[in-house]
Unconditional design. Structure first.
Length: 395
């Protein structure tokens, strides 16, 4: 009796599905229209090609992105010229690792100052009759004249003061290297305004260094004239290849849907950090729950017809059964009999209008698609099921 009840329950479940039996060349097939949903397939992680600060990151979960669309821009660290001068000793190239270059050459490059000389001196030789000559102020403008030739003159300003010691940077003039020079506050070179005397020396080059990272782009060449504020270098964190330096624009490589967002605008990211994940539309699949009774009529490689449930005037699509799960997806109940259900995964080509989660009807063993449709005999389920029920009752 128990066996008969279980068989009757199974037969009733079969009756509830939309299916007919098809006789074709001696093979039993079942024409079935089953409901399914569009689901995402593979998940692709998009990572930062190098470290930096995200500029624009307005993506949110569920956004559609198209191939070539700029998703993020990673801002590089800019290195600007701190002084006017001429670029020299440029030893760095795009893709170089900063530490390796600085360990070998001390700096990435140097700037040879437009002011070629400095004078390091003190108030020791200042005119003592003027008490103000003992107080030197950083940034004050001074006048210079050679001790050996009154024809060689110049101007400068005080760049450093330490008690009675101070340093003057020569701005302009025709003074020569290692020349003894008097320093005045008065443009008439009056002795009362003399604040010191010293020799001209080479103004040291300004070394351009950074803490760490890799060179993204070098913007100057040897002997280029640069002004204060000119862009010299762009630096990023991490290691980048010299032969194939990635762009700072992170673009979508294919049409996709944003699955998750891990970083937003203003965040500092490191190299290979995940910025977001995508569901490529090309990897969309249709998932169809198929009962254990219907499963024998589904085979991997079968061609199926697909119709969108809720989109009008959408032409039918064709798909292929890609795989069949070996795990029962049906929820257990307290009933005596629970029919097992298995997910069937169907590959298809999704159009731009199709979204994850959409409902579809999938036609298995569709006689409309059969090449020998005129030769296929369709027998309604109700007729065959009546015969099966009568046999079961007799047992």
């Amino acid at each position: 009796m128990r066996k008969t009840c279980m068989l009757l329950a199974a037969l009733l479940l079969i009756l509830s599905s939309t299916a007919v039996a098809i006789e074709d060349s001696g093979l039993n097939k079942r024409y079935m229209m089953l409901a399914g949903t569009v689901e995402a397939g593979n998940t692709v992680a998009v990572m930062a090609p190098f470290g930096g600060i995200l500029q624009n990151a307005s993506l949110k979960e569920g956004d559609m992105v198209r191939v070539g669309e700029v998703l993020h821009i990673i801002d590089t660290t800019k290195v600007y010229a701190p002084v006017d001068g001429k670029a020299g000793g440029v030893r760095v190239q795009d893709g170089d690792e900063v530490t390796a270059i600085q360990n070998r050459y001390t700096a990435l490059l140097y700037i040879e100052l437009s002011s070629p000389y400095i004078i390091e001196t003190s108030t020791k030789n200042a005119y003592s009759g003027n008490p103000e000559n003992s107080y030197i102020h950083p940034g004050e403008f001074v006048y210079l004249r050679s001790n050996s030739s009154r024809q060689r003159i110049g101007t400068g300003f005080v760049i450093y003061v330490d008690g009675s010691n101070f340093t003057v940077e020569v701005l302009e003039g025709n003074l020569e290297l290692d020349e003894s020079t008097d320093i005045y506050r008065d443009g008439d070179y009056t002795y009362r305004s003399l604040i010191g005397t010293g020799k001209t020396a080479r103004n040291p080059n300004v070394a351009i260094t950074v803490d760490s990272g890799s060179i993204y782009k070098v913007h100057v060449q040897h002997d280029d004239v640069v002004n204060r504020g000119d862009l010299l270098l762009e630096v990023v964190t991490g290691t980048i290849p010299m032969q194939n330096i990635p762009g700072n624009e992170v673009q979508a490589e294919e049409d996709s849907i944003v699955a998750s967002v891990a970083a937003t605008a203003g965040d500092t990211v490191s190299q290979n950090q995940v910025l977001f994940t995508l569901y490529p539309i090309r990897d969309f699949q249709i998932v169809v729950p198929v009962s254990e009774v219907e499963l024998p009529y589904v085979n991997i490689g079968d061609t199926v017809r697909i119709e969108m449930m809720n989109i009008r005037d959408q032409p039918s699509l064709t798909g292929t059964v890609a795989s069949i799960s070996g795990l029962n997806s049906a929820q257990a109940t307290d009933d005596e009999y629970t029919e097992a259900t298995y997910n069937v995964y169907i590959d298809f080509t999704a159009s731009a209008i199709i979204r994850q989660g959409m409902n579809v009807n999938v036609f298995f063993n569709d006689p409309v698609e059969s090449a020998n449709v005129d030769d296929v005999e369709i027998i309604e389920d109700e007729v065959s099921m009546d015969a099966e029920l009568t046999t079961a009752e007799g047992e």
